[in-house]
Design a binder for this molecule. Structure first.
Ligand SMILES: Cc1ncc(COP(=O)(O)O)c(C=O)c1O
Length: 443
């Protein structure tokens, strides 16, 4: 049985200096479940108790090649030799920008930041400047980081179809109420809802900020027609389409989710996989829009385009662009899905997959949800019970069933065989456990 003795001890110490004992609220999994990492290598991670995990969280997506990838780390070390930051530019910024433009046609011009949050903030600011309008539309179930304007949502847990929609509320305390008026929400895969809103609020709305595969909501995916409609509606109502590729970018295809759907954003944002774990993010887009930066729109930052992260990105993108890494990840993902399906089908457990193999949602129903409202009312108890059993077996997936599984190039045949073996055991532990929970006979 997996033990977290040292992690639990460290948690108590960490709590004396860090709120929740961690550096990000999402890393707190409970007083006795919070894991402290020792190190990662390839597709695996070891905690400070020495437990080994095949990791399908991969830091919520940055790790696309594998932990401690020697090619990228050597490049990052070379980036260190440059000397850090200078409050001046380096030649490598052009090199990385040119590579991004080559891989993602919508990225005609590029600016760097450090986190996904910052890149999305920049995209929204440019959109407001370009259109002269301050509001934004978002999609239910979407996530766009920690800036105030994006931190609003509808809570559907107690809602049933036919009832009035729940109110839009802040994610937590400290979000200025005044930002609420900039925030509008539509469900995914409902082009009429978007059009109805824009017909009424066209003069207030600068942009539709969305993820065609919702990286924080079980990888629920837009259908192809919806994306075509969205592109057309945004053009018709003079609203910019901002595709947030912080999770999908340089992961689901070389050209990101835009390549998968054959759609071109006006502005798009990247982070995570771009530098295999080093902190770099990007806002990119149409030249006429992006030229507003420096021509009225402020953008910058002390650590922007840091030499280490930039060198890591140059190498990561070179590998993703010039090798079969992403195709190999996809092939692994398809084999993984086949194997999981076989185990589940043998036990008559209805399931489906959402998203793309490299960013996949495992969903326990025959049909995947079309939007967040459907997910909320699905039976996700099976996943919630399965995830801790997988952790005990040494397969690290997100305990929250809204987070998809992430795959990387280092997930190899051994990982696959082990994952399937462990998954089968975890399912067989989960089934009686869930039955006991549902019949009220659990301890
Ligand atoms: C789609 C999307 N946008 C933005 C962000 C924010 O990125 P960061 O956590 O780097 O600030 C995230 C983070 O998960 C994300 O998934």
């Amino acid at each position: 049985m997996r033990k977290l003795t040292r992690s639990n001890e460290h948690f108590k110490k960490a709590l004396s200096k860090l709120p929740l004992g961690v550096a990000s609220n999402f890393r707190y999994w409970g007083d006795e479940q919070t894991i402290y990492v020792d190190h990662g290598k390839g597709g695996r991670m070891w905690d400070i108790d020495g437990n080994e995990y095949i990791d399908y969280r991969l830091g919520y997506g940055p790790i696309i090649l594998g932990y401690a990838d020697e090619r990228v780390d050597a490049a990052a070390r070379e980036g260190m030799n440059v000397g850090g930051v200078f409050a001046l530019a380096t030649e490598r910024e052009y090199e990385v920008a040119a590579r991004i433009s080559k891989m993602v046609p919508a990225a005609e011009l590029v600016r760097f930041s450090n986190s996904g949050t910052e890149a999305v903030m920049a995209a929204m600011r440019v959109a407001r400047a370009f259109t002269g309008k301050d509001g934004h539309v978002f999609m239910e179930g979407g996530y766009h980081g920690m800036s105030n304007v994006v931190m609003w949502a509808r809570e559907f847990d107690d809602w049933r179809p036919g009832q009035p929609e729940p109110p839009i509320e802040p994610y937590g305390e400290g979000i200025p109420a005044v930002t609420r008026q900039l925030f509008h929400l539509v469900p995914m895969n409902d082009a009429n809802a978007l059009e109805d809103l824009l017909r009424k609020k066209q003069n207030e709305i600068s942009s539709f900020v969305m993820e065609p595969i919702m990286g924080n909501c079980c990888a629920i995916a837009a259908d192809a027609q919806y994306m075509k409609d969205v592109r057309e509606i945004c053009d018709r109502y003079d609203v910019l389409l901002i595709i947030d590729e912080v999770k999908t970018g340089f992961r689901v295809a070389k050209g990101g989710v835009q390549e998968l759907y054959g759609v071109k954003a006006d502005l798009c944002t990247f982070a995570k996989a771009i530098a295999n774990g080093y902190p770099l993010s990007v806002v990119a887009g149409r030249e006429d829009i992006m030229r507003r930066i420096g021509d009225g729109v402020a953008h910058g930052g002390t650590f922007t385009a840091h030499g280490v992260a930039l060198a890591a990105a140059a190498k990561t993108l070179e590998i993703l662009d010039e090798t079969s890494a992403l195709a190999d990840i996809e092939a692994y993902g398809l084999k993984l899905q086949d194997g999981l399906s076989k185990i589940l089908a043998e036990r008559d457990i209805a399931h489906s997959y959402t998203g793309a193999p490299a960013l996949m949602g495992l969903f326990f129903a025959e049909q995947p949800p079309a939007d967040y409202r459907e997910w909320v009312h699905s039976d996700y108890e099976f996943y919630d019970t399965l995830a801790p059993a997988l952790h005990d077996e040494g397969v690290l997936v997100e305990p929250d069933s809204r987070e998809p599984w992430f795959l990387c190039e280092s997930h190899n045949v051994e990982c696959l065989a082990e994952t399937l073996d462990k998954f089968e055991r975890a399912v067989d532990i989960t089934l009686p456990k869930l039955k006991a929970i549902r019949t009220g006979t659990s301890q």
